[in-house]
Design a protein around this ligand. Structure first.
Ligand code: SAH
Length: 219
């Protein structure tokens, strides 16, 4: 048995199922999302010193001034993106530690994920492999311009806050596709959902959230 993955005590399956129960009581309704989050060992995505807190409802530091989103935010964004259906081909901007990537991976055909901080991406690749996600391609780049050669995407998710919706991402969204991202800065951020129909883009402003900012360039 691989103890790091299967976990003991605060990183055990029981602790993870308590997280899922909490997410349900917080209003997450997509049972498919909940069941995936009940299987992925979130603690392996977090530094060992903090892994006992992996299933708490909190954002945690992952190094380089970045954070792993709290479980509720991951569940909620995934639920909005899925809208009750398989995800198809997904683009994620802001890999971070790769936890959201792993959740998406289990719900889609293929995930392209982009991260601008190279050492973070190296760690994320390892985490994603350990979580047995084999349909993920991780790229070191500035994700604000998307990945033109892999477009169109059925779903696009950004996990860093932007002041606007990058036009490249609108172009790379498939007809019938959905894009979810935080827009705003500091404490004034909200999730936005953009649905592309054959005729137009429909934008819906959803709840308030708190993300690190989308930054330009790579490091
Ligand atoms: N989903 C991640 C959240 C990480 S925080 C997780 O669960 O761990 C947001 C991430 O977005 C950070 O790792 C940050 O480096 C990255 N990021 C910020 N601007 C970016 C950009 N322009 N392109 C790619 N990644 C970016």
């Amino acid at each position: 048995m691989n103890v790091r993955i299967s976990g003991i005590g605060m990183t055990s399956q029981r602790t993870r199922l308590r997280m899922v129960d909490r997410l349900r009581s917080q209003g997450i309704k997509d049972e498919v999302v909940l069941s995936v989050m009940g299987t992925i060992p979130r603690h392996i995505f977090i530094e060992e010193a903090l892994s006992s807190r992996a299933y708490e409802d909190t954002a945690l530091p992952i190094g380089f001034g970045q954070t792993i989103s709290n479980p509720y935010t991951v569940a909620r964004m995934t639920e909005i993106l899925r809208n009750g259906q398989d995800l198809g081909k997904v683009l994620e901007i802001g890999t971070g530690c790769g936890y959201q990537t792993a959740v998406l991976s289990k719900l889609s055909r293929e995930v392209f994920t982009v991260e601008r901080i190279s050492p973070l991406l190296t760690k994320a690749r390892k985490n994603i492999r350990e979580a047995h996600c084999n349909n993920v391609r991780a790229r070191h780049a500035d994700g604000g311009i998307g990945i033109a050669e892999a477009a169109p995407f059925d779903a696009i998710i950004m996990t860093a806050a932007s002041t606007h919706i990058p036009s490249a991402l609108l172009q790379q969204l498939a007809v019938g596709g959905r894009l979810v991202m935080p827009i705003g800065s500091g404490d004034q951020q909200r999730l936005h959902l953009i649905e592309r129909t054959p005729k137009e883009y429909i934008e819906t402003v959803l709840e308030a959230v708190k993300f690190v900012p989308l930054l330009g360039g790579v490091v």
